[in-house]
Design a protein around this ligand. Structure first.
Ligand code: ATP
Ligand code: MG
Length: 398
Protein backbone atom coordinates (compact mmCIF):
# COMPACT_ATOMS: atom_id res chain seq x y z
CA UNK A 1 0.00 0.00 0.00
CA UNK A 2 1.48 3.32 -1.07
CA UNK A 3 0.71 6.92 -0.15
CA UNK A 4 2.68 10.12 0.06
CA UNK A 5 4.54 8.88 3.13
CA UNK A 6 5.86 5.78 1.37
CA UNK A 7 4.98 2.11 1.00
CA UNK A 8 3.53 0.06 3.83
CA UNK A 9 3.33 -3.72 3.86
CA UNK A 10 -0.15 -5.13 4.33
CA UNK A 11 0.00 -8.77 5.39
CA UNK A 12 -2.72 -11.39 5.14
CA UNK A 13 -2.29 -14.47 7.30
CA UNK A 14 -4.02 -17.78 6.66
CA UNK A 15 -6.18 -18.66 9.62
CA UNK A 16 -6.11 -15.19 11.20
CA UNK A 17 -7.13 -12.72 8.48
CA UNK A 18 -10.81 -12.53 7.44
CA UNK A 19 -11.16 -15.04 4.51
CA UNK A 20 -13.08 -12.62 2.26
CA UNK A 21 -10.04 -10.29 2.26
CA UNK A 22 -7.97 -12.88 0.35
CA UNK A 23 -10.44 -12.72 -2.54
CA UNK A 24 -10.68 -8.93 -2.39
CA UNK A 25 -6.91 -8.53 -2.53
CA UNK A 26 -6.69 -10.91 -5.48
CA UNK A 27 -9.35 -9.22 -7.57
CA UNK A 28 -8.48 -5.61 -6.81
CA UNK A 29 -6.27 -4.29 -9.61
CA UNK A 30 -2.94 -2.66 -8.84
CA UNK A 31 -3.01 1.13 -8.31
CA UNK A 32 -6.59 1.11 -7.02
CA UNK A 33 -7.30 3.46 -4.12
CA UNK A 34 -8.11 1.54 -0.96
CA UNK A 35 -8.81 2.16 2.69
CA UNK A 36 -7.42 -0.37 5.10
CA UNK A 37 -8.23 -0.65 8.79
CA UNK A 38 -6.32 -3.02 10.97
CA UNK A 39 -3.53 -3.52 13.46
CA UNK A 40 -0.04 -2.12 13.04
CA UNK A 41 2.63 -4.53 14.17
CA UNK A 42 6.40 -4.42 14.44
CA UNK A 43 8.05 -6.53 11.76
CA UNK A 44 11.71 -7.17 11.10
CA UNK A 45 11.08 -8.17 7.52
CA UNK A 46 8.81 -5.33 6.36
CA UNK A 47 10.96 -2.50 5.01
CA UNK A 48 9.35 0.15 7.22
CA UNK A 49 9.83 -1.98 10.30
CA UNK A 50 6.06 -2.35 10.61
CA UNK A 51 3.31 -4.23 8.82
CA UNK A 52 -0.43 -3.76 8.79
CA UNK A 53 -2.73 -6.71 9.53
CA UNK A 54 -6.06 -5.72 7.96
CA UNK A 55 -9.48 -6.25 9.51
CA UNK A 56 -11.47 -4.24 6.98
CA UNK A 57 -10.59 -3.15 3.46
CA UNK A 58 -12.68 -1.01 1.14
CA UNK A 59 -11.94 -0.18 -2.46
CA UNK A 60 -12.57 3.54 -2.85
CA UNK A 61 -11.59 3.81 -6.51
CA UNK A 62 -10.88 0.84 -8.71
CA UNK A 63 -8.08 1.16 -11.28
CA UNK A 64 -8.79 0.02 -14.83
CA UNK A 65 -6.85 -2.87 -16.31
CA UNK A 66 -4.38 -2.84 -17.97
CA UNK A 67 -2.43 0.18 -16.75
CA UNK A 68 -1.04 2.21 -19.65
CA UNK A 69 2.14 2.59 -17.64
CA UNK A 70 3.49 0.38 -14.88
CA UNK A 71 4.13 2.21 -11.63
CA UNK A 72 6.11 -0.45 -9.76
CA UNK A 73 7.66 -2.22 -12.77
CA UNK A 74 11.39 -2.65 -12.73
CA UNK A 75 11.63 -2.02 -16.48
CA UNK A 76 11.37 1.70 -17.20
CA UNK A 77 9.22 3.09 -20.02
CA UNK A 78 10.54 5.58 -22.57
CA UNK A 79 10.13 9.26 -21.67
CA UNK A 80 7.40 10.04 -24.26
CA UNK A 81 5.27 7.16 -22.92
CA UNK A 82 5.87 8.35 -19.38
CA UNK A 83 4.84 11.89 -20.28
CA UNK A 84 1.77 10.67 -22.17
CA UNK A 85 0.60 9.05 -18.93
CA UNK A 86 2.18 11.53 -16.58
CA UNK A 87 -0.33 11.10 -13.73
CA UNK A 88 0.69 7.46 -13.36
CA UNK A 89 4.34 8.32 -13.91
CA UNK A 90 4.23 10.88 -11.09
CA UNK A 91 3.09 8.13 -8.71
CA UNK A 92 6.59 6.63 -8.84
CA UNK A 93 8.41 7.67 -5.67
CA UNK A 94 11.57 8.44 -7.68
CA UNK A 95 9.67 10.84 -9.94
CA UNK A 96 7.91 12.49 -7.03
CA UNK A 97 11.33 13.02 -5.45
CA UNK A 98 12.25 15.39 -8.31
CA UNK A 99 9.32 17.65 -7.46
CA UNK A 100 10.20 17.65 -3.80
CA UNK A 101 13.67 18.79 -4.82
CA UNK A 102 12.14 21.43 -7.07
CA UNK A 103 9.87 22.75 -4.30
CA UNK A 104 12.73 22.85 -1.77
CA UNK A 105 14.93 24.66 -4.25
CA UNK A 106 12.27 27.28 -4.96
CA UNK A 107 11.68 27.74 -1.23
CA UNK A 108 15.45 28.14 -0.78
CA UNK A 109 15.62 30.81 -3.47
CA UNK A 110 12.67 32.73 -2.07
CA UNK A 111 14.22 32.76 1.40
CA UNK A 112 17.62 33.82 0.04
CA UNK A 113 16.09 36.73 -1.88
CA UNK A 114 13.88 37.92 0.95
CA UNK A 115 16.83 37.78 3.35
CA UNK A 116 18.70 40.15 1.05
CA UNK A 117 15.91 42.70 0.88
CA UNK A 118 14.40 41.70 -2.47
CA UNK A 119 10.69 42.24 -3.08
CA UNK A 120 8.84 39.43 -4.88
CA UNK A 121 6.91 40.78 -7.87
CA UNK A 122 4.69 39.51 -10.68
CA UNK A 123 4.77 41.13 -14.10
CA UNK A 124 2.41 40.69 -17.09
CA UNK A 125 2.78 37.66 -19.33
CA UNK A 126 0.47 39.08 -22.01
CA UNK A 127 2.41 41.68 -23.96
CA UNK A 128 1.93 44.10 -26.79
CA UNK A 129 5.67 43.93 -27.49
CA UNK A 130 8.28 41.21 -26.87
CA UNK A 131 11.56 41.87 -25.03
CA UNK A 132 13.96 41.19 -27.87
CA UNK A 133 11.53 40.65 -30.71
CA UNK A 134 12.55 37.79 -32.92
CA UNK A 135 11.72 34.25 -33.74
CA UNK A 136 10.94 32.78 -30.35
CA UNK A 137 7.85 34.90 -29.59
CA UNK A 138 4.48 33.17 -29.38
CA UNK A 139 1.85 35.35 -31.04
CA UNK A 140 -1.66 35.20 -29.65
CA UNK A 141 -4.95 36.69 -30.73
CA UNK A 142 -5.82 39.40 -28.22
CA UNK A 143 -9.39 40.49 -29.00
CA UNK A 144 -8.63 40.56 -32.70
CA UNK A 145 -5.19 42.18 -32.46
CA UNK A 146 -1.84 40.42 -32.17
CA UNK A 147 -0.15 40.19 -28.78
CA UNK A 148 2.67 38.05 -27.40
CA UNK A 149 3.40 35.73 -24.52
CA UNK A 150 6.29 37.02 -22.40
CA UNK A 151 9.67 35.45 -23.16
CA UNK A 152 11.03 37.04 -20.01
CA UNK A 153 10.05 39.77 -17.52
CA UNK A 154 13.06 41.79 -18.68
CA UNK A 155 11.46 45.11 -19.56
CA UNK A 156 9.08 45.12 -16.60
CA UNK A 157 11.65 44.33 -13.97
CA UNK A 158 13.76 47.23 -15.27
CA UNK A 159 10.70 49.48 -15.14
CA UNK A 160 10.25 48.45 -11.50
CA UNK A 161 13.75 49.69 -10.78
CA UNK A 162 12.58 52.99 -12.29
CA UNK A 163 9.61 52.74 -9.94
CA UNK A 164 12.00 52.79 -7.00
CA UNK A 165 11.49 49.20 -5.85
CA UNK A 166 15.27 48.86 -5.93
CA UNK A 167 15.59 45.07 -5.52
CA UNK A 168 13.02 42.81 -7.12
CA UNK A 169 12.73 39.14 -8.00
CA UNK A 170 10.14 37.13 -9.85
CA UNK A 171 9.56 33.40 -10.25
CA UNK A 172 7.21 33.01 -13.19
CA UNK A 173 6.58 31.25 -16.49
CA UNK A 174 8.44 32.35 -19.61
CA UNK A 175 7.34 31.26 -23.07
CA UNK A 176 9.66 30.68 -26.01
CA UNK A 177 8.74 29.29 -29.38
CA UNK A 178 11.91 27.19 -29.49
CA UNK A 179 11.81 25.35 -32.79
CA UNK A 180 14.76 23.13 -31.85
CA UNK A 181 14.17 19.83 -30.13
CA UNK A 182 16.86 19.58 -27.45
CA UNK A 183 17.14 18.13 -23.95
CA UNK A 184 17.53 21.61 -22.45
CA UNK A 185 14.86 23.66 -24.23
CA UNK A 186 11.13 23.65 -23.61
CA UNK A 187 8.52 26.15 -24.72
CA UNK A 188 7.23 26.99 -21.23
CA UNK A 189 9.80 27.25 -18.46
CA UNK A 190 10.06 28.91 -15.07
CA UNK A 191 12.37 31.86 -14.98
CA UNK A 192 13.84 33.17 -11.78
CA UNK A 193 14.57 36.80 -12.50
CA UNK A 194 16.24 39.39 -10.34
CA UNK A 195 16.98 43.07 -10.84
CA UNK A 196 19.09 45.30 -8.61
CA UNK A 197 19.15 49.11 -8.55
CA UNK A 198 22.10 51.37 -7.70
CA UNK A 199 24.36 48.68 -9.07
CA UNK A 200 28.08 49.02 -8.77
CA UNK A 201 29.11 46.86 -11.74
CA UNK A 202 28.90 43.25 -12.90
CA UNK A 203 30.94 41.88 -10.03
CA UNK A 204 28.31 42.98 -7.50
CA UNK A 205 25.73 40.97 -9.45
CA UNK A 206 27.91 37.89 -9.68
CA UNK A 207 28.59 38.07 -5.94
CA UNK A 208 24.86 38.26 -5.21
CA UNK A 209 23.97 35.49 -7.64
CA UNK A 210 26.58 33.06 -6.33
CA UNK A 211 25.65 33.74 -2.69
CA UNK A 212 21.97 33.23 -3.46
CA UNK A 213 22.69 30.00 -5.37
CA UNK A 214 24.90 28.69 -2.55
CA UNK A 215 22.17 29.46 0.01
CA UNK A 216 19.33 28.03 -2.08
CA UNK A 217 21.14 24.85 -3.12
CA UNK A 218 22.44 24.39 0.44
CA UNK A 219 19.03 24.71 2.05
CA UNK A 220 17.53 22.43 -0.63
CA UNK A 221 20.18 19.80 0.10
CA UNK A 222 19.65 19.97 3.85
CA UNK A 223 15.87 19.73 3.51
CA UNK A 224 16.19 16.71 1.21
CA UNK A 225 18.59 14.99 3.59
CA UNK A 226 16.17 15.54 6.44
CA UNK A 227 13.29 14.17 4.37
CA UNK A 228 15.49 11.19 3.32
CA UNK A 229 14.90 12.08 -0.30
CA UNK A 230 16.97 9.78 -2.55
CA UNK A 231 18.09 12.80 -4.61
CA UNK A 232 19.81 14.47 -1.63
CA UNK A 233 23.08 12.79 -2.55
CA UNK A 234 23.02 14.14 -6.10
CA UNK A 235 22.69 17.78 -4.96
CA UNK A 236 26.27 18.99 -4.56
CA UNK A 237 27.68 21.00 -1.71
CA UNK A 238 28.58 24.30 -3.33
CA UNK A 239 30.84 27.04 -2.11
CA UNK A 240 31.44 30.58 -3.29
CA UNK A 241 33.33 32.01 -5.06
CA UNK A 242 32.63 30.30 -8.37
CA UNK A 243 35.45 30.58 -10.93
CA UNK A 244 35.16 33.53 -13.31
CA UNK A 245 36.48 32.82 -16.78
CA UNK A 246 36.42 35.60 -19.41
CA UNK A 247 34.61 34.82 -22.67
CA UNK A 248 37.89 35.44 -24.57
CA UNK A 249 39.71 32.81 -22.47
CA UNK A 250 37.00 30.25 -23.26
CA UNK A 251 37.47 31.03 -26.94
CA UNK A 252 41.20 30.38 -26.63
CA UNK A 253 40.51 27.09 -24.86
CA UNK A 254 38.28 26.09 -27.74
CA UNK A 255 40.95 27.04 -30.27
CA UNK A 256 38.87 29.81 -31.82
CA UNK A 257 40.37 33.01 -30.39
CA UNK A 258 38.53 36.19 -31.30
CA UNK A 259 35.71 34.42 -33.15
CA UNK A 260 33.17 36.29 -31.01
CA UNK A 261 30.18 34.04 -31.63
CA UNK A 262 28.12 32.44 -28.90
CA UNK A 263 29.08 28.95 -27.76
CA UNK A 264 27.25 25.93 -29.09
CA UNK A 265 26.11 23.01 -26.94
CA UNK A 266 29.29 20.99 -27.47
CA UNK A 267 31.49 24.01 -26.79
CA UNK A 268 29.61 24.74 -23.55
CA UNK A 269 30.21 21.12 -22.52
CA UNK A 270 33.94 21.40 -23.30
CA UNK A 271 34.20 24.58 -21.21
CA UNK A 272 32.32 22.99 -18.30
CA UNK A 273 34.50 19.84 -18.48
CA UNK A 274 37.71 21.84 -18.43
CA UNK A 275 36.60 23.93 -15.45
CA UNK A 276 35.56 20.75 -13.64
CA UNK A 277 38.89 19.04 -14.31
CA UNK A 278 41.26 21.95 -13.77
CA UNK A 279 39.46 23.91 -11.07
CA UNK A 280 37.26 21.24 -9.52
CA UNK A 281 34.23 23.51 -9.82
CA UNK A 282 30.72 22.62 -10.96
CA UNK A 283 29.32 26.18 -11.03
CA UNK A 284 31.26 28.89 -12.89
CA UNK A 285 30.81 32.27 -14.58
CA UNK A 286 31.76 33.09 -18.14
CA UNK A 287 32.31 36.85 -18.05
CA UNK A 288 32.74 39.85 -20.35
CA UNK A 289 30.55 38.83 -23.26
CA UNK A 290 31.46 40.78 -26.40
CA UNK A 291 28.89 43.26 -27.70
CA UNK A 292 28.51 41.46 -31.05
CA UNK A 293 27.29 38.31 -29.28
CA UNK A 294 24.74 40.43 -27.37
CA UNK A 295 23.77 42.60 -30.36
CA UNK A 296 20.06 41.78 -29.91
CA UNK A 297 20.29 42.38 -26.18
CA UNK A 298 19.73 46.11 -26.57
CA UNK A 299 19.30 46.68 -22.83
CA UNK A 300 22.81 45.35 -22.08
CA UNK A 301 25.24 48.02 -20.91
CA UNK A 302 28.31 48.37 -23.13
CA UNK A 303 31.55 49.35 -21.48
CA UNK A 304 32.30 53.08 -21.66
CA UNK A 305 36.03 52.47 -22.15
CA UNK A 306 35.51 49.66 -24.68
CA UNK A 307 32.05 49.52 -26.33
CA UNK A 308 32.94 46.19 -27.99
CA UNK A 309 32.45 44.54 -24.59
CA UNK A 310 29.43 44.24 -22.31
CA UNK A 311 29.41 43.42 -18.61
CA UNK A 312 27.31 40.34 -19.38
CA UNK A 313 28.00 36.92 -17.96
CA UNK A 314 26.55 33.42 -17.96
CA UNK A 315 26.33 31.13 -14.98
CA UNK A 316 27.10 27.56 -16.02
CA UNK A 317 26.86 24.22 -14.25
CA UNK A 318 28.97 21.38 -15.67
CA UNK A 319 28.58 22.65 -19.21
CA UNK A 320 24.92 23.67 -19.03
CA UNK A 321 23.92 27.36 -19.18
CA UNK A 322 21.81 28.08 -16.11
CA UNK A 323 21.58 31.88 -16.06
CA UNK A 324 22.51 34.99 -18.04
CA UNK A 325 22.76 38.51 -16.76
CA UNK A 326 24.70 41.70 -16.42
CA UNK A 327 24.53 45.44 -15.95
CA UNK A 328 21.88 47.23 -18.07
CA UNK A 329 22.01 50.48 -19.96
CA UNK A 330 20.23 53.09 -17.85
CA UNK A 331 20.86 56.19 -20.01
CA UNK A 332 17.86 56.81 -22.30
CA UNK A 333 19.88 58.19 -25.24
CA UNK A 334 22.19 55.16 -25.34
CA UNK A 335 19.28 52.79 -24.87
CA UNK A 336 17.53 54.38 -27.84
CA UNK A 337 20.71 54.01 -29.92
CA UNK A 338 21.04 50.33 -28.90
CA UNK A 339 17.43 49.69 -29.92
CA UNK A 340 18.08 51.19 -33.34
CA UNK A 341 21.28 49.21 -33.87
CA UNK A 342 19.40 46.03 -32.90
CA UNK A 343 16.99 46.85 -35.76
CA UNK A 344 14.09 47.58 -33.40
CA UNK A 345 11.66 50.49 -33.54
CA UNK A 346 11.95 52.65 -30.39
CA UNK A 347 8.39 53.95 -30.83
CA UNK A 348 7.17 50.43 -30.03
CA UNK A 349 8.95 50.60 -26.67
CA UNK A 350 7.47 53.92 -25.56
CA UNK A 351 6.18 52.66 -22.20
CA UNK A 352 9.49 51.06 -21.39
CA UNK A 353 11.56 54.04 -22.50
CA UNK A 354 9.45 56.42 -20.43
CA UNK A 355 10.71 54.66 -17.30
CA UNK A 356 14.21 55.91 -18.16
CA UNK A 357 13.30 59.54 -18.72
CA UNK A 358 12.39 60.60 -15.21
CA UNK A 359 15.32 59.28 -13.20
CA UNK A 360 16.69 55.74 -13.53
CA UNK A 361 19.53 54.45 -11.36
CA UNK A 362 22.27 52.20 -12.77
CA UNK A 363 20.99 48.66 -12.46
CA UNK A 364 21.40 45.09 -13.59
CA UNK A 365 20.12 41.60 -13.03
CA UNK A 366 19.83 38.08 -14.33
CA UNK A 367 17.43 35.42 -15.54
CA UNK A 368 17.93 31.89 -14.26
CA UNK A 369 16.15 28.85 -15.65
CA UNK A 370 14.81 26.87 -12.69
CA UNK A 371 14.03 23.87 -14.86
CA UNK A 372 17.64 23.64 -16.02
CA UNK A 373 18.89 23.92 -12.47
CA UNK A 374 16.54 21.14 -11.34
CA UNK A 375 17.69 19.09 -14.34
CA UNK A 376 21.32 19.62 -13.34
CA UNK A 377 20.92 19.03 -9.60
CA UNK A 378 18.73 15.96 -9.97
CA UNK A 379 20.98 14.60 -12.74
CA UNK A 380 18.14 14.35 -15.28
CA UNK A 381 18.99 13.51 -18.88
CA UNK A 382 16.13 15.64 -20.20
CA UNK A 383 14.76 19.00 -18.99
CA UNK A 384 11.22 17.70 -19.62
CA UNK A 385 11.56 15.51 -16.53
CA UNK A 386 11.92 18.62 -14.37
CA UNK A 387 8.36 19.79 -15.10
CA UNK A 388 5.10 18.14 -14.06
CA UNK A 389 3.52 18.62 -17.47
CA UNK A 390 6.22 19.80 -19.88
CA UNK A 391 5.47 21.74 -23.04
CA UNK A 392 7.56 21.47 -26.16
CA UNK A 393 7.14 21.87 -29.87
CA UNK A 394 5.30 18.56 -30.13
CA UNK A 395 3.61 18.38 -26.76
CA UNK A 396 0.66 20.41 -25.48
CA UNK A 397 -0.97 17.53 -23.66
CA UNK A 398 -1.57 16.26 -21.05
P1 ATP B 1 20.14 29.11 -24.66
O1 ATP B 1 21.30 29.83 -25.30
O2 ATP B 1 20.56 27.91 -23.87
O3 ATP B 1 19.02 28.83 -25.61
P2 ATP B 1 19.38 31.72 -23.82
O4 ATP B 1 20.72 32.35 -23.67
O5 ATP B 1 18.59 31.95 -25.04
O6 ATP B 1 19.52 30.11 -23.59
P3 ATP B 1 18.41 33.49 -21.81
O7 ATP B 1 17.62 34.41 -22.65
O8 ATP B 1 19.76 33.88 -21.38
O9 ATP B 1 18.47 32.06 -22.55
O10 ATP B 1 17.48 33.04 -20.58
C1 ATP B 1 17.95 32.95 -19.24
C2 ATP B 1 17.89 31.52 -18.76
O11 ATP B 1 16.61 30.96 -18.97
C3 ATP B 1 18.83 30.57 -19.50
O12 ATP B 1 20.13 30.64 -18.98
C4 ATP B 1 18.17 29.23 -19.25
O13 ATP B 1 18.49 28.72 -17.97
C5 ATP B 1 16.70 29.57 -19.26
N1 ATP B 1 16.09 29.27 -20.55
C6 ATP B 1 16.12 30.03 -21.66
N2 ATP B 1 15.43 29.48 -22.66
C7 ATP B 1 14.96 28.30 -22.18
C8 ATP B 1 14.17 27.25 -22.72
N3 ATP B 1 13.69 27.30 -23.97
N4 ATP B 1 13.87 26.19 -21.94
C9 ATP B 1 14.32 26.14 -20.67
N5 ATP B 1 15.06 27.09 -20.09
C10 ATP B 1 15.38 28.16 -20.83
MG1 MG C 1 21.62 33.21 -22.05
Amino acid sequence: MRDVSGTTQVTLKKGTSPPELFRLFEETPRESVVEVEGTVRRSERAHRGVELLPDRVSVISRAEVPLPLGVVDKVGAELPTRLDHRVLDLRKPGVRAIFELRARLLAGFRAAFVQRGFLEVETPKLLRQGAEGGATLFTIDYFGAPAYLAQSPQLYKQMLIGAGLERVFEIAPAFRAEPSDTVRHITEFTSLDAEVGYLDGAEELRGLLEDIVVDAVGSCRRALEEAKNPLAASVPEVKAPFPRIPFATCEEWLGRPGAESDFGTEEEKAIGDRIGKELGASFYFITDYPTVVKAQTFYAWRRDDDPTKTGYFDLGYKGLEIASGGPREHRPDRLQANLLSAGLDPSKFAGYLEAFRFGMPPHGGWGLGIDRLVQALAGLANIRESRLFPRDRYRLEP
